[in-house]
Design a protein around this ligand. Structure first.
Ligand code: SAH
Length: 274
């Protein structure tokens, strides 16, 4: 029996599917995650879903401060006890998607896969120095997908319009206990300051969502429908003033989505303001 099973047995709890509990047991994968984050003693690190603390201990050793947020009450209490000697670690019992987050520099985490999209959205609100995440491989491919590819979608544009996601390495199913039924991979997300600013995030998010609901259609036609939805008859004038690339929705690059949203904001929404 492995150490994961032994510790869970001692706690009297089975791994909970609902919370995406599958625990990392492979030191090679762990070290790849830790190295990708280039931790220093200056860093304050947020860990989402520390579980039994396999990553947590390494993060605490290499960084200045760690805040680990764990939703499972039993695991949170267990971690506080297990690592009571790690003075720079704070374990918080709570839901990462709901708690008010403290200031932090980096995220290092092997989170539950069912919160992946929401997690990325929260990271986009904060622009940390980096986020190193172990996620479902298929999701990592969506984050890193270039325009025009099959995997390119809403989450690709949301991320790549503000930051960069790199594929660091695959992680085998046997690296976890219990063994998951999907492939996994490590990604590193960073935010170089060169991205053009999005003038209105709400409009941008709304536009990207709307356009990708018809990803294979002609861009101009979908934009026309979108503008009609928000402006009614006022759309004709705005549409004629826009320069819309002759492409299908999924062929538009992230910075082109930003340009389009900024133009629409400038010409349509701002004009209506008092
Ligand atoms: N990082 C650990 C555990 C991975 S399993 C490891 O690699 O071994 C995912 C962990 O996230 C579990 O401990 C689960 O209880 C926790 N979790 C699930 N949903 C969460 C949420 N919304 N906020 C914080 N933790 C969560």
């Amino acid at each position: 029996l492995g150490w994961v099973q032994r510790e869970l047995d001692e706690l009297g709890i089975p791994p909970l599917k609902r919370l995406g509990q599958r625990f990392l047991v492979d030191t090679k994968a762990r070290d790849e995650i830790i190295n990708a984050a280039s931790l220093t003693k200056e860093d304050t690190v947020l860990e989402i879903g520390p579980g039994l603390g396999f990553l947590t201990k390494q993060i605490a050793t290499k960084s200045g401060k760690v805040m680990a947020i764990e939703k499972d009450r039993t695991l949170a209490a267990y971690l506080s006890r297990k690592f009571s000697s790690l003075r720079n670690l704070t374990v918080v019992e709570g839901d990462f998607l709901r708690v008010k987050l403290p200031a932090y520099d980096k995220i290092v985490s092997s989170p539950p896969y069912n919160i992946s999209s929401k997690l990325i959205v929260r990271i986009l609100e904060a622009h940390p120095k980096c986020a190193v995440l172990l996620l479902q491989e298929e999701f990592v491919k969506r984050l890193t997908a270039p325009s025009g590819s099959k995997e390119y979608g809403r989450i690709s544009v949301m991320l790549q319009s503000q930051g960069i996601a790199e594929y660091v390495a695959p992680v085998e199913r046997s690296s976890f206990q219990p063994r998951p039924r999907v492939d996994s991979a490590i990604t590193r997300i960073t935010f170089p300051s060169s991205s053009p600013p999005i003038t209105n995030m709400e409009l941008f998010t709304d536009l990207v969502r709307n356009l990708f609901s018809q990803r294979r259609r002609n861009l101009e036609r979908v934009v026309k429908k979108y503008l009609f939805g928000i402006l009614g008859d006022g759309q004709e004038e705005v549409l004629s003033s826009l320069e819309i690339p002759k492409k299908r929705v999924y062929e538009l690059r992230p910075e082109e989505f930003v340009g389009l949203a900024n133009e629409i904001h400038l010409r349509a929404v701002k004009r209506k303001a008092p």
